[in-house]
Design a protein around this ligand. Structure first.
Ligand SMILES: NC(=O)c1ccc[n+]([C@@H]2O[C@H](COP(=O)([O-])OP(=O)(O)OC[C@H]3O[C@@H](n4cnc5c(N)ncnc54)[C@H](O)[C@@H]3O)[C@@H](O)[C@H]2O)c1
Length: 394
């Protein structure tokens, strides 16, 4: 099978795919060449640069096109037409884990930077003046870290905060069982408790506006390495200017330049209690390597094993489809035709099969059918009567 990595792929990812028996092409195509060539590839790997439009998907799938899966090395899938992919039976997968530690570490770095005023001390020293008293800071140990959005990055940051002797509280719509976060009931509770408030929800809603900033301690620091839209920058400007909060450290902004080297303007830059970085959360060599390997693996697993993990336009598990599911366990002989007979019998009894998994056990095979109709003794009896079946249970 052939994979086109149109935005490049780390060497480890290429080696992994070769080892798994795939051919990998890393020659970058512009949109016209991509539309012309994509039908010959089983998978398309992209980062953010390649736009996987409806035209690309249709060119990859129509008239005998082979395209089966698109892999996005990273998180956002705004550059992929997920609807067109779904309509044409193309699964889209992403690689969200490779960036997790890099972004959590960056949030921690921003916290340390703003707490100890490192960027300001650096700038004044480089300008030729020794300032010591002016840059007295605060420590993280003993302070409360509040996290809104306790998913992959939030959890990773929580562990780091805890290791530094911070009390870690947080809010999430889902609560993870085994977590370093002490979950509070509302976002407001977190806002009131936090000495450092770090956002990690993603999403497109404004989480921190004038009301929320008023609830925060006047000594608190706001960290945003999530998405620029999560913070109302005008309200933040007012709070920082009036002493409503102690400071902020930002990696993401409502308006970000699209290309390297473009100018950046933001009125928050007038203030001297804000630390800035240029959306660097995921920008480490390690994260790039991990993400490249991760997307190579999840795409290969779909092509080789039909594994839906990390799909963004299809349920990763059958439960996510939202329909009732039941399991039926069949121990049977390993010989051709068994699955055909099971399928026929289920079909005649009106049992809709969603998935089946099967493993060899010495002489026999153990198969688990996931079905949408509740199993009955009659179903077991009918399947059990098929020659070569040893046992049927549900
Ligand atoms: N700065 C960077 O370079 C960089 C790099 C990677 C990711 N990110 C951002 O970080 C975000 C988080 O990434 P992740 O991998 O941890 O995602 P994730 O999906 O694992 O975690 C997000 C968590 O936020 C929770 N959540 C969503 N909306 C919420 C709300 N309104 N209130 C409370 N909780 C809410 C979700 O339940 C989930 O647990 C991404 O969406 C992305 O925007 C930034």
């Amino acid at each position: 099978m052939k994979i086109l990595a149109n935005d490049g792929l780390v060497e480890e990812g290429i080696q992994y795919l070769h080892k798994e028996g795939f051919e990998v092409d890393t020659v970058k195509r512009d949109i016209d060449d991509l539309i012309g060539d994509i039908k010959d590839f089983d998978a398309l790997l992209v980062r953010s640069a390649t736009k996987v439009t409806r035209e690309v998907i249709e060119a990859g799938t129509r008239n005998g096109g082979k395209l089966k899966v698109v892999g996005r090395g990273g998180v956002g899938t705004d550059n992929i037409d997920l609807v067109a992919a779904r309509e044409n039976g193309v699964i889209v997968k992403f690689a969200p884990n490779g960036n997790t530690n890099a972004t959590a570490e960056h949030a921690l770095g921003l916290m340390l930077g703003v707490a100890r005023k490192v960027p300001f001390a650096h700038a004044t020293l480089k300008a030729g003046t020794w300032h010591k008293k002016r840059f007295q800071g605060v420590e993280l140990m003993g302070k409360t870290l509040g996290i809104i959005g306790c998913g992959r990055i939030g959890q990773a940051l929580a562990a780091k905060g805890k290791a530094l002797g911070m009390k870690v509280v947080g809010y999430d719509v889902y609560r993870k069982m085994d977590s370093d976060v002490e979950y509070l009931d509302t976002v407001d509770d977190v806002l009131k408790a936090a000495d450092f408030l770090s956002l990690h929800t993603g999403g497109r809603e404004t989480l921190i506006g004038a009301r929320e900033l008023k609830l925060m301690k006047d000594t608190a620091f706001l960290i945003n390495a999530s998405r620029g839209v999560n913070v109302d920058e005008d309200a933040l400007y007012d709070a920082l200017k009036s002493g409503g909060i102690g400071g902020a450290a930002l990696d993401t902004y409502r308006k970000e330049p699209k290309r390297e080297g473009e100018p950046f303007a933001n009125k928050l830059m007038e203030l001297d209690n804000v630390v800035f970085s240029a959306h660097l959360g995921a920008s480490t060599r390690n994260a790039m390597r991990r993400t490249g390997l991760e997307i190579a693996e999840v795409v290969a697993k779909y092509l080789r094993l039909g594994d839906f993990n990390q799909s963004v336009n299809a349920g990763q598990t059958v439960e996510e489809e939202g329909r009732e599911i039941y399991t039926i366990f069949i121990t049977h002989e390993d010989k051709p035709g068994m699955f055909g007979k099971f399928g026929m019998a289920f079909g005649e009894m009106g049992v809709n099969i969603r998935e089946n998994n099967s493993r060899k056990l010495n002489e026999h095979v153990q198969t688990v059918y996931v079905v949408h109709q509740k199993p009955t003794p009659e179903v077991c009896e009918r399947i059990g009567a098929i020659e070569g079946v040893k046992r049927v249970v549900y």
